[in-house]
Design a protein around this ligand. Structure first.
Ligand code: IVH
Length: 681
């Protein structure tokens, strides 16, 4: 069969595109297209090459794993290559069934029931941890599978990776697994970056890869990463157990983090059941996965099956719908949140992403929209992972049409007015968000506050959704959360889309919600900067609402993780007579919770003192210095202000030192810091 010129040309295009995207992804940590798009290109090339083997070139990207090492890291040759796994892309059960059929055929055991170890396919960065006599001596990335990069320094900053294994004196044990960033840490990190007007991470996987391949370990250490083991490389002086699952158990016993979400199942049915069970849980997992992995459990069978080029025959990955896709921005709207915050939202050409169809995605705030330069008409990457709101993570600039809109300007777009109540909008200094100044006069804010109050993690009133809240607020039936408890079946039943039955159900749910917890109640109040975790901490520390209400800013800040901003928001909220009035009303309609004495807060020697670290200290790493200070109750802040008590300066201290001198803040060196720490203990 001769290959047409068109096919040759297409193969060349695909190779060039893949090489380009490999470089963006593996070397620059700046992917330009979502994974699903990359996979499509890769598969198309693989198929062409399978059909026309004469098209295969020695440098074809289908014959290599990933990219070349960055020059900056020392190369590490893997004694046992780090391979990849074959991927079943069809979302149905067929992939699992076909894999099981293939395995039985290869083993010439058509009737056997094979035991498989089913694991999650973590979406992070593959890493090989080399332990010699139980001590971590080296960490390396996969690189091209044969040669990776030495990233030991950065990996040592990951707390969950043991520097020494428990009860392991194997001469060599290479533990392989995935470094990942949890969804929570990713959100936190991005939230902080957004507030500071700094660039955000595209997704957790990039966060993990970018941090580990970051040249400065101190910067790497700032990004909270985790690790799960799923395999091994070189092993000397340790008798491997007989199955994949037992190896993982053994590693777990040695102190290596292994994900508990794994199970040994029998035959194709077991694989299908695991795939389905995890699909249902996927959104609520604390980290991203892009699929599951099935592995023949018996290691003897694994070696009998062996490898084909870059993939083992005994394992396969079965994917879930991608959490990133590309689509087009039709318009940019602005929504008013609970606290008046104005959020630009992209109206999208509907796209199937992360298992649902998405037509709106948040752009977070004006600065971020401008930084990413999202314009109407642009092709963008949309991410929807877990329970979080879908977001636009970037623009595919190559696809910008000539008639794309102007750079986004929120004030101009709204002509300075709240799109719901017409009040003027402001952006306070140091704030990333524009806000509507209408307060509870603004129907949008009232609606959002009510929805938040009723939400699952707050008062948990099932059935009080946005359509109903719209009607209740628009008709002035509900003005404050307390009014919710005065709703009656007859009145509700008369509303649009409400029957007698659903009205009764709602009234029951409302009554049911009266018995709650202090944490839920505090969270439900919707105090600015007080999320669920902070509300829980308050409930634990203060024990009663009155104790929380009477705490002043200083007292509030004695709590770990509570800074001046949160403290100020809390005091401002309870300082507002209107809010206390609503709380009083809620209590009088019967909303109640259990209270306790509260905790006596331990006052440590440096409680209330704020430190800023700058420059390189002679012996302590920044992380160590921070840990020592925090252990004594001090806060370690990122920037110098009038409230800073001490600046600890090392070599090559920069602008923070200047700022400290300008403000007259005490500057000390490492020796003085050690003295201070010792004198306090
Ligand atoms: S096994 C020899 N198990 O997926 C088989 N890989 O293409 C080696 N991955 O980037 C891989 N979770 O880092 C295996 N439970 C799991 C995995 C997993 C994620 C990643 C791996 C690599 C890719 C394999």
């Amino acid at each position: 069969m001769t290959v047409s010129g068109q096919t040759v040309q297409r193969a060349r295009e695909l190779r060039d595109a893949i090489l380009h995207h490999n470089r963006q992804y593996y070397i620059l940590d700046q992917p330009l297209i979502p994974d699903a798009e990359y996979d499509r290109l890769f598969r198309e090339l693989q198929q062409l090459e399978e059909e026309y083997p004469e098209l295969v070139t020695p440098d074809s990207p289908t014959h290599r794993v990933g990219g070349k090492a960055l020059d900056a890291f020392v190369p590490v040759r893997h004694v046992v290559p780090m391979l990849s796994i074959r991927t079943e892309t069809d979302i149905s059960d067929e992939g699992a069934v076909a894999f099981d059929v293939r395995i039985r055929k290869e083993l010439s055991e058509p009737d056997a029931v094979i035991a498989y170890n089913c694991e999650l396919k973590f979406d992070g960065l593959a890493i090989s941890l080399r332990y010699e006599r139980g001590v971590l001596v080296q960490a390396a990335t996969r690189g091209d599978g044969e040669v990776g990069e030495d990233v030991t320094q950065n990996v040592r900053t990951i707390r969950s990776i043991p520097l020494r294994l428990t009860d392991c004196d194997a001469e060599v044990l290479e533990v392989r697994g995935e470094i990942y960033m949890s969804r929570k840490n990713f959100e936190h990190y991005n939230e902080k970056q957004r507030d500071a007007g700094l660039p955000t991470l595209v997704n957790p996987r990039n966060g993990a890869a970018g941090s580990i391949r970051q040249l400065d370990p101190a910067l790497a250490a700032k990004r909270p990463l985790s690790f799960f083991a799923y395999g091994w490389g070189e092993v000397r002086g340790w008798n491997l157990p007989r199955t994949q699952s037992e190896v993982l158990d053994a590693l777990q016993k040695m102190g290596v983090p292994v994900c508990d979400e794994r199970s040994v199942t029998q035959g194709a049915q077991g694989l299908v059941a695991f795939h389905q069970r995890i699909a249902e849980k996927r959104d609520s997992l604390p980290f991203d996965i892009d699929g599951v992995v099935y592995k023949v459990n018996d290691l003897a069978l694994q070696s009998q099956l062996g490898f084909v080029t870059r993939e083992p025959r005994w394992a396969v990955a079965h994917k879930y719908p991608a959490e990133e896709q590309i689509t087009v921005v039709r318009d940019i709207d602005v929504q008013v949140g609970r606290t008046g915050k104005l959020t630009p939202v992209a109206k999208l050409e509907p796209v199937f992403v992360g298992g649902t169809t998405v037509s709106n995605a948040t752009l977070h705030n004006e600065d971020e929209t401008r930084r990413k330069d999202v314009r109407i008409g642009d092709t963008v990457i949309v991410r929807r992972a877990g329970d979080v709101i879908p977001e636009v993570v970037g623009v595919v600039l190559e696809k910008r049409p000539l008639d794309a809109g102007e750079p986004f300007d929120l004030f101009k777009r709204l002509q300075g007015q709240c799109p719901v109540c017409g009040s003027h909008i402001v952006r306070e200094e140091g704030e990333a968000a524009w806000r509507c100044t209408g307060g509870l006069f603004c129907a949008a804010q009232r609606k959002q506050a009510l929805l938040h109050f009723a939400s699952r993690r707050a008062m948990d009133i099932e059935g009080l959704g946005d359509k109903l809240v719209d009607q209740l607020v628009d008709a002035d039936i509900v003005k404050t959360p307390a009014d919710v408890y005065r709703l009656e079946v007859e009145k509700l039943a008369a509303l649009d889309r409400m029957g007698e039955k659903s009205a009764q159900n709602l009234v029951d749910a409302i009554r049911h919600s009266k018995q709650t917890t202090l944490a839920r109640f505090v969270y439900a109040l919707g105090i600015r900067n007080v999320g669920e975790a902070t509300a829980k901490d308050f409930a634990r520390f203060f024990g009663s609402l009155n104790a929380l209400i009477s705490a002043d800013e200083e007292r509030l800040q004695q709590m770990p993780d509570v800074g001046p901003i949160v403290a100020q928001s809390v005091c401002a909220f309870f300082g507002e007579p209107h809010n206390n009035d609503v709380i009083q009303q809620l209590r009088s309609v019967g909303v109640s919770w259990e209270e306790h004495e509260g905790m006596t807060m331990e006052v440590l020697p440096l409680t209330g003192k704020t430190f800023v670290l700058t420059g390189t200290l002679p012996t302590l790493s920044r992380e160590e210095a921070k840990a020592l200070l925090e252990a004594q109750g001090a806060k370690v802040a990122g920037s110098v202000s009038k409230k800073t008590d001490y600046v600890v300066a090392g070599a090559e201290a920069g602008s923070k030192l200047d700022k400290a001198q300008e403000l007259g803040v005490t500057v000390i060196d490492e020796a003085a810091l050690m003295q201070l720490l010792e004198s306090k203990t």
